[in-house]
Design a protein around this ligand. Structure first.
Ligand SMILES: Nc1nc2c(ncn2[C@@H]2O[C@H](COP(=O)(O)OP(=O)(O)OP(=O)(O)O)[C@@H](O)[C@H]2O)c(=O)[nH]1
Ligand SMILES: [Mg+2]
Length: 299
């Protein structure tokens, strides 16, 4: 299966929801008020969010006027372009930066540990020396879970006993990076609600310890579960406020009818999406590509 097919398969539930509605709307004979209202409603119902939908509609209206498009059918490609344009672009490839440390954060069960495992495998397969930091010292069996992924990916993991200070684990992981001259550290953190001030402070401490200690770049990546829909936006806002998030990974797009949330969060918070999760397996992680994503979402 090609890259596009895999994304398309993953996004099939989201597409089912969006594609039929759009076909009907773009099959109409003119751009009347109902056309624009129904288009906005369809995008909003697909979790694209109100501000992002408004921007897309404004941009599309301008295009239609400027290019003198009369037939809605011809405007569908323009809609896709407008949607693609809303995604924030990454500045650099953080996984390529020698000595970088990437912390994976998010609420409970979004797929942080799984994603760390999948990325470790990808980077190891590219020939990079990867160190994992097991900073979820809270949840039962979290350390063992990351160990399993480390074995699958064939990479080293730095951990301490359950209940110890996660910032300490982060510090040790950076020491290990330096000792071994490894290429990158990926840190798995415990899931926590964005509303829990104490636990958010604990994460801030992890990030600040790593920032002080590491010589190369330190990045915070927020892992969002696509099936949570609009609540993902609330989570992203709060995590961004507390930690100044650098980028997003959207997981579980395979089981979600709410793929539009990826566009809403990336656009509203100006955060690039680095990867998307399309299944539970080791290889079910794809580089994010805006054009292919929208193609798979809209059909
Ligand atoms: N379908 C699907 N399932 C996924 C994906 N990513 C993760 N999962 C599943 O989601 C569940 C939770 O994954 P974890 O990696 O343990 O999530 P977590 O964020 O580390 O959870 P906590 O550490 O408890 O906060 C597991 O059953 C994973 O297999 C994905 O892209 N698609
Ligand atoms: Mg975990």
């Amino acid at each position: 299966m090609g890259l596009f097919d895999k994304i398309a398969k993953g996004l099939s539930r989201s597409r089912e929801k969006l594609s039929g509605g759009l076909s009907e709307i773009f099959g109409r004979s003119s751009f009347d008020e109902d056309f624009w209202d129904d288009l906005a409603e369809t995008l909003i119902l697909s979790d694209v969010g109100v501000p992002t939908t408004d921007t897309i509609i404004d941009e599309l209206k301008t295009k239609v006027r400027k290019e003198g498009i009369k037939d809605p059918q011809e405007a569908k490609e323009c809609l896709k372009e407008c949607m693609v344009n809303r995604f924030a672009q990454p500045q650099n490839d953080i996984f390529e930066e020698k000595g970088a440390c990437v912390l994976f954060v998010g609420i409970n069960g979004t797929g942080k540990t799984t994603t760390v495992g999948k990325i470790a495998k990808q980077l190891h397969d590219e020939g990079k020396a990867v160190i994992l930091g097991s900073a979820d010292t809270f949840r039962a069996a979290a350390i063992e879970q990351l160990d399993v992924w480390a074995k699958r990916a064939n990479v080293e993991v730095v951990s301490r006993e359950r209940g110890s200070d996660p910032a300490g684990v982060c510090y040790s992981a950076i020491e290990r990076l330096e000792e071994t001259d490894a290429d990158i550290v990926l840190i798995d953190t415990a899931g926590r609600l964005h509303t829990s001030a104490d636990l958010m402070r604990e994460l801030q401490k992890c990030v600040s310890v790593v920032r002080k200690r590491n010589k190369a770049g330190v990045y915070t990546v927020l892992v969002i579960d696509a099936t949570t829909g609009q609540n993902g936006l609330v989570q992203a806002r709060e995590f961004d406020k507390a930690l100044d998030i650098d980028a997003l990974i959207i997981t579980k797009l395979d089981g979600s009818a709410k793929g539009g949330i990826a566009l809403a969060i990336s656009s509203e918070l100006n955060l690039p999406i680095l990867k998307i999760g399309v299944g539970e397996g080791l290889d079910d992680l794809r580089d994010f590509e805006a054009k292919a994503f929208i193609e798979a979402l809209v059909g």
